[in-house]
Design a protein around this ligand. Structure first.
Ligand code: ZN
Length: 419
């Protein structure tokens, strides 16, 4: 199984060796590796350790599973999730209004099933196309009528796209820039196809939000990097680019949209960039101490959550999981929440129900069967969708059911209900 994992000893942002390992989440299966019962024997576990680069500030995982293995049959289809579609609809307006002005072409890497591309379909003046490594989702995207290439976004494929399409105003990637081991390859690929005044925009989970709300469940092998504007600014600088704008996003428990362009572009740097970097420094995101404190809090969180689940089980009440996102794999495995705690997990995605949760092997059943066995408690594993879930499951609450919310802080819903 050795070819499945690679280890690196240098920072992928600046090549420094001054890396500080602050959190060890243990041997972890792939967060998105939902299994069939018959495939349990094929499951691999890889150390999940988190490092902080003391030179550029990049937080990163250095244990790297083979990406072909990770993403070739990825189970995450963006369009299934309602909240995401709305985000991308708004993002398409932002792009049209601000950046799709000259060549009127946009390339999205990691385009999934076309969740952003769909919003350019009606506008014949804009040529929107994508690239994604996952064979099954690009097949879905092409069936939906999108112009999508299957492959990694690297210099070689950027040259192919340049030949076919010419220069573009925008290269963008949402929730994908954190997946790559070689981030400079992606930036260089973007530079190949970008017009001189074009912009490279990434949307990533925001390190500051992750740290502030102790979201260790969003740390997994598929996400090799955890960005701040501070670290991205250092990385883009090395790559001959500059960040000109940064915007906070509410999606996925807190994200940032960062806009960069070539250093010699005349585009001006907006005050937002300095504001972000100052706030991050104030929060200690450029120093070791903040990260060792975070690791202590993660251990405390695990202890507190298990304590609640133990007291529910002592009462002989049943608990089921709600939602099977990739981050659920981390929460359940790190805390040791297995079949002895959760009878089953419900999930809306047809790609996940019928499978079992990585590592802990809890069965995943369709969301519509949530109430089938009249559970007493439900742990909201997909806690970033808690508002939708609570709204949808009023019948459960009205019948005396209680939700356990693990993040951003552990809560029982309804709040005044005794355990
Ligand atoms: Zn570094």
């Amino acid at each position: 199984m050795n070819e499945m994992i690679r280890y690196r000893d240098t920072c992928r942002g600046c090549k420094s060796k001054r890396l500080y390992e602050f959190l060890d989440l243990g041997n972890m299966p792939m967060a998105g590796g939902f299994l069939s019962e018959k495939d349990i024997k094929k499951e691999i576990k890889v150390p999940l350790r988190v490092n902080f680069c003391q030179d550029c500030g990049l937080v990163q995982i250095l244990d790297i599973p083979n990406p072909n293995f990770l993403f070739s049959n990825y189970c995450y289809v963006s369009s299934v999730i309602g909240g995401l579609s709305e985000h991308f609809r708004r993002y398409s307006f932002f792009l049209k209004e601000k950046y799709l002005k000259k060549t009127k072409k946009i390339l999205e890497f990691g385009c999934n099933d076309g969740v952003l591309l769909q919003y350019f379909k009606e506008d014949k003046s804009i040529d929107a196309f994508g690239i994604d490594v996952s064979e099954n989702v690009t097949k879905i995207a092409r069936e939906r009528g999108f112009d999508v290439m299957t492959g990694f976004f690297n210099k070689e494929n950027a040259k192919k796209l340049l030949e076919k399409k010419g220069k573009v105003d925008v290269v963008t990637g949402s929730n994908v820039f954190a997946h790559a081991d070689d981030i400079h390859e992606i930036i260089d690929a973007a530079k190949i196809i970008l017009d001189d005044n074009g912009v490279f925009i990434v949307e990533v989970h925001y390190l500051k939000d992750l740290m502030d709300t102790f979201q260790y469940d969003s740390i997994y092998h598929e996400h090799l990097c955890y960005y701040s504007v501070f670290s991205l600014n250092n990385i883009f600088d090395i790559a001959g680019m500059k960040i000109i704008d940064a915007i906070h996003l509410e999606m996925h428990g807190g994200g940032i949209r960062v806009v960069a362009c070539k250093k010699d572009s005349k585009k001006e740097i907006m005050p937002s960039v300095e504001k972000f970097i100052n706030e991050e420094k104030m929060a200690g995101l450029d120093s070791k101490k903040r990260f060792s404190d975070f690791a202590d809090k993660c251990k405390e969180h695990r202890k507190a959550l298990i304590c609640i689940l133990d007291s529910v089980k002592k009462e002989e009440k049943s608990i089921v999981g709600y939602g099977a996102p990739g981050r659920g794999t981390i929460l359940l495995n790190y805390c040791g929440i297995g079949k002895d705690y959760l009878d089953y997990i419900v999930d809306a995605s047809p790609l996940r129900s019928g499978k079992i949760m990585p590592g802990v092997h809890i069965p995943i059943i369709p969301q519509k069967d949530f109430m089938k066995n009249k559970p007493d408690y439900s742990l909201i594993i997909a806690w970033t969708y808690k508002d939708e879930i609570i709204k949808r499951e009023q019948e459960f609450l009205n019948g005396g059911g209680k939700f356990i919310l693990p993040f951003p802080k552990i809560e029982i819903i309804p709040q005044d209900a005794p355990l």
